[in-house]
Design a protein around this ligand. Structure first.
Ligand code: URA
Length: 238
């Protein structure tokens, strides 16, 4: 027996929260009868309809993509630009786990498993998101320490869990910096560097937890192995 909202979310049509809204607003039927009670339990033999469409359980799919520049991280776009979904050959209703900006490249996970996505994105899982940033200007130890001690973004203190200066180029007046964070706020890395006075010229996400893009060319992707998915689930109770 499983909760109705969980079964609806597992079908891939919507998130669990949206499923709850659909139930409460009378859009869900179990065996032909409208159910508005959120605690309702169902079994696999119950027929569930959402907006009069019978739902079926979608098998879970998981991908790691090396996102190229100039592609949007979204499932659709009103300006008809290419999205990351267009790069993956599947008919499952997958979606990106978090976001990379239009001009940011690198590691992006995609799935139709909402629980998996939550674990990756939630800061309490403490999953590393490792970025390589090319900055305009030469960064100093003092500013690196500021990033480690925390900077304010929308009145919330966010810290880099690691910052490593990889290279300073005096000629082009740029710095290459590796920064590791655990959250995924909008434009977080660019905004963190802006608060200490640096503009990010280029940004690549090298790694998300155990998933790095070393063996994937730009635009290439691969399926995650069942073992890898299991490892992510083991972070849940951290
Ligand atoms: N931080 C940013 O500023 N941009 C990204 O795409 C990802 C993290």
């Amino acid at each position: 027996m499983e909760r109705l909202q969980k079964v609806i979310a597992a079908s891939g049509i919507t998130s669990r929260r949206k499923a709850e809204e659909l139930i409460v607003s009378g859009k869900v039927k179990v065996n032909g009868k409208i159910v508005t009670e959120l605690g309702t339990k169902v079994t696999s033999s119950d027929q569930i309809e959402v907006n009069n469409q019978i739902i079926t359980k979608e098998t879970k799919e998981y991908y790691l993509l090396n996102k190229p520049r100039g592609i949007i991280t979204s499932t659709s776009d009103d300006k008809e630009r290419r999205t990351v979904i267009d790069l993956i050959n599947t008919s499952a209703r997958i979606y990106p786990v978090g976001r990379l900006d239009y001009d940011t490249t690198g590691a992006l996970l995609l799935t139709n498993d909402g629980e998996f996505a939550n674990i990756i994105m939630h800061p309490t899982s403490e999953i590393d998101k490792v970025y390589l940033a090319k900055l305009e200007g030469n960064i100093k130890g003092e500013q690196i320490n500021q990033l480690k001690n925390g900077v304010l973004l929308d009145d919330v203190l966010v810290k880099a869990s690691r910052v490593k200066l990889k290279k300073i180029n005096q000629e082009s007046n740029t710095s290459m910096v590796e920064i590791t964070i655990h959250e995924g706020k909008n434009h977080q890395v660019k905004r963190m560097f802006e608060t200490v006075g640096f503009h990010v010229e280029k940004l690549t996400r090298k790694r998300i937890g155990i998933f790095d893009i070393r063996n994937l060319k730009s635009g290439e992707y691969r399926k995650l192995t069942p073992k890898e998915v299991q490892i992510v689930y083991s972070y849940q109770s951290k």
